[in-house]
Structure formats: structure tokens, C-alpha cells
Design a protein around this ligand. Structure first.
Ligand code: MG
Length: 234
């Protein structure tokens, strides 16, 4: 096992916080000389923060729109044309729904835009917004955001590219996730793990992780730490 690939929100966090288990995961992997790549819907600015503050090998951010390497070089998967269209679409969306706003981290986003799910649920606009976006762009949601983008961008496409660049086969990695936006990874990466909070979404998943953790004590980063400590795969 050379690499651990992992989603961030809900998978390496607990109750939306970076807790002690996250740091324990990072030190355990350092001890075992296994590199960690975070594969997240979070923005480019988040990738920069994570890479400059923690021992992380690379961050695949914005749902696969961009890979940020340890030396902070980027590989961007969106075309310039798609980025211009995305700006126009965001404007149209906000004109149609004046009561919503883009997520606070959208200013640090390059390839996609996000809206806080809590805001859409509060305003009871989730279905309406999804209806508006349908056919105009791609969208997906994590446990915190509704993300939308244009072009062929996905966590799995960027992750497969990353593996190829580093001469690693998907079967020689482990992927951890917790939500519907991890399904493509569960499909492409045979050794995948769902932390126990994935239970909320299990009925909606077309592709499930190979291992599904159970119990409150195996939610988020606690589950990742448990698996890394106890699995013969690591
Ligand atoms: Mg997540």
C-alpha cells in the first residue's frame, strides 16, 4: 500500500471539525511511510491551506477540477471556455434565486461553485435549484455543499490521472469516503471504505464501498483511524 486517498468533509472530520483523530491519521501514515492524497469538493484555497499546514502529499480539489501537488503546482482539468460559462451560469442562478448566495469559499474556487446545503434546506429551495441546474451543468452534493461545474470533471478522473502519473494502480490504494459524491471513487477504486456516517446515504448509492464501517465510534476520522489501525490491507 503506497497511497491512501481520502475524501475530507465527513470522512477526515467529525461533527464538521478537524479533530485529534485527523492528526493521528496523518502521523500513523507518516510512520508507515504511506502517502495521503485528499480528494475533496473543497476549493483550491482549501487545498493550499491543507498542503501548507499538514504532511499531505497532494490534494485533488473542487471535485476533481484541479490537482494541487506538494510543491503547489497545479493541474487544471477545466477548459477556459467552461470556466467563462460557469461564471455566466452562476450569475444567472443568483438572478433567478436572489435569496441564495454562493458558499463563503466560492471566491477561492476555480473549476466549480458551491452552495451551502444547510442554506438550501433552510429556504426549502434544494429541489428548485437542482431543477434549474439540470441540463445546464453537472452537479453533485457532499454532506455540506451542492457543487456545480461544467466539463468532464470528477473525483475519479483526476484520481486515476494522479495514479497514472505516479505509477500506482488503483488496487494498490485505499479510498475513504462518506457521501454520494464518493460513488465514482467507490466504483473505480476496488479497496474502498465507507466510514459509518455513510449509513444516511446507503439507499441512494448506486456504487457502494467495499467495506462499510458501522457504529457511532467509526464516524469520520475515527473510522479512518480504526480501519488503518486494524486492517491487514495497510
Ligand atoms: Mg464527504
Amino acid at each position: 500500500m503506497k497511497y491512501v486517498l481520502s475524501d475530507f468533509d465527513g470522512t477526515l472530520t467529525n461533527e464538521n471539525m478537524i479533530g485529534p483523530e485527523f492528526l493521528q491519521v496523518l502521523s500513523l501514515l507518516q510512520e508507515k511511510k504511506i502517502k495521503i492524497v485528499i480528494v475533496t469538493g473543497r476549493s483550491l484555497s482549501w487545498a493550499h491551506f491543507l498542503l501548507t499546514h499538514y504532511p499531505i502529499h497532494a490534494v485533488i480539489a473542487e471535485g476533481g477540477g484541479v490537482i494541487v501537488f506538494e510543491d503547489l503546482n497545479l493541474r487544471v482539468f477545466s477548459s477556459d471556455e467552461d470556466l467563462t460559462k460557469l461564471d455566466d451560469l452562476s450569475e444567472e442562478l443568483l438572478n433567478n434565486f436572489p435569496e441564495i448566495s454562493l458558499s463563503a469559499d466560492s471566491f477561492g474556487r476555480l473549476c466549480d461553485r458551491a452552495i451551502e446545503l444547510s442554506l438550501l434546506e433552510e429556504l426549502n429551495l434544494l429541489d428548485e435549484v437542482k431543477k434549474f441546474l439540470k441540463g445546464k451543468c453537472h452537479f453533485s452534493y457532499s454532506n455540506v455543499h451542492l457543487n456545480f461545474w461544467l466539463g468532464d470533471i470528477s473525483k475519479q478522473r483526476a484520481s486515476l490521472d494522479f495514479c497514472q502519473m505516479n505509477d500506482v494502480l488503483p488496487k494498490d490504494t485505499i479510498y475513504f469516503g462518506d457521501a454520494p459524491n464518493d460513488q465514482g471513487m467507490f466504483r473505480e477504486f476496488p479497496e474502498s471504505v465507507g466510514v459509518s456516517n455513510i449509513s444516511t446515504y446507503l439507499d441512494q448509492l448506486k456504487f457502494r464501498p467495499k467495506y462499510i464501517l458501522e457504529g457511532k465510534d467509526k464516524e469520520g476520522a475515527k473510522g479512518v483511524l480504526y480501519f488503518l489501525r486494524n486492517s491487514s490491507k495497510v
